[in-house]
Design a protein around this ligand. Structure first.
Ligand SMILES: Nc1ncnc2c1ncn2[C@@H]1O[C@H](COP(=O)(O)OP(=O)(O)OP(=O)(O)O)[C@@H](O)[C@H]1O
Ligand SMILES: [Mg+2]
Length: 275
């Protein structure tokens, strides 16, 4: 098997409780997780609130240091890198957030939000080049050029999420972490955004960790799923296999808890949501 793009071994991750002082032991919230993600693979991470999904995702991007365990991105260890050595990896690992309103700087126009990372990472050498790339990416995510001169609060929630996606793919990353990116959107906007994500991952050969509460969303776009409970992986496997025949009782209970008795893997392509 080819070497995975991203691999994590025995990750233990915790937060220090500031209120109790540094002498308090750190309580782990991710407890010995190992996973790997291949190039171009879309892996869903599902589990109840507080199960450690976001914590795991942030550690994979090198945003939180694990207490123990190791993470490697394309053969390079992620933990313990200084900012200078981390920078080339940062370009290759991007994130799309749940709430673009809080992740897009409200005082900057979309043009600046999209062009600044291009100039910072020297993907574009001139403002003119950055502008051209921003315009092309905006078009790719289905937004009109007029959006460039708007502020984040001057566009709709669905459009903001497309700007968040544009910002993440601008730098041509190899890996994107998407954390609950459609939770705040209505169902038809969700379907549009998910279709866009599906097309982009295929076109760009992009690997993705897709965190969601919603099993029907995971099933519609992920190749593989990891089910987390209380900081541990309780089940993982190909989406079709896990959803058709879950082995863990916990996975079964997640499937039973959603409104559709069995998540329908075809809902994204159905006519009623394709509008
Ligand atoms: N910055 C933090 N400081 C201290 N504890 C935290 C911090 N962030 C998360 N936690 C705790 O870590 C545990 C895991 O949280 P995490 O946000 O990773 O869960 P999650 O699976 O993403 O949940 P949700 O589905 O609600 O987003 C929770 O008990 C949470 O309270
Ligand atoms: Mg979370």
């Amino acid at each position: 098997m080819a070497e995975p793009l991203l691999s994590a071994q025995n990750l233990v991750i915790g937060y220090r409780r500031a209120a109790f002082g540094a002498s308090q032991p750190i309580v782990p919230v991710v407890k010995g997780v190992s996973l790997s993600i291949a190039r171009g693979e879309v892996v869903g991470i599902v589990g109840e609130s507080g199960s450690g999904k976001t914590t795991l995702g942030r550690a994979l991007l090198g945003l939180i240091a694990p207490m123990s365990g190791s993470i490697a991105f394309d053969g390079t260890p992620v933990s313990g890198l200084d900012e200078q050595r981390m920078r080339p990896l940062r370009r290759r690992m991007q994130m799309i957030f749940q709430d673009p309103m809080s992740s897009l700087n409200p005082r900057h126009r979309i043009r600046r939000i999209l062009t600044a990372p291009l100039l910072l990472h020297k993907v574009a050498r001139t403002m003119r080049e950055a502008d051209q790339q921003a315009a092309m990416t905006l078009e790719r995510v289905g937004l009109p050029p007029g959006v460039l001169t708007r502020y984040p609060h001057e566009i709709s929630g669905g459009q903001r999420q497309r700007v968040g996606i544009a910002r993440a793919i601008m730098l041509k990353p190899d890996f994107v972490l998407a954390d609950e990116i459609v939770s705040g959107l209505d169902v038809s906007t969700q379907a549009q955004v998910l279709r866009l994500i599906g097309a982009l991952t295929r076109e760009m050969g992009l690997a993705m960790a897709f965190i969601s509460h919603d099993l029907s969303v995971i099933r519609a776009i992920c190749d593989r799923v990891i089910v987390m409970r209380q900081g541990e992986i309780v089940e993982e496997g190909a989406c079709d296999v896990v959803f058709d025949a879950p082995r863990a009782a916990y996975t079964r209970s997640l499937i039973d808890a959603i409104p559709l008795p069995v998540p329908d893997s075809t809902w994204l392509t159905r006519v009623d949501v394709a509008a």
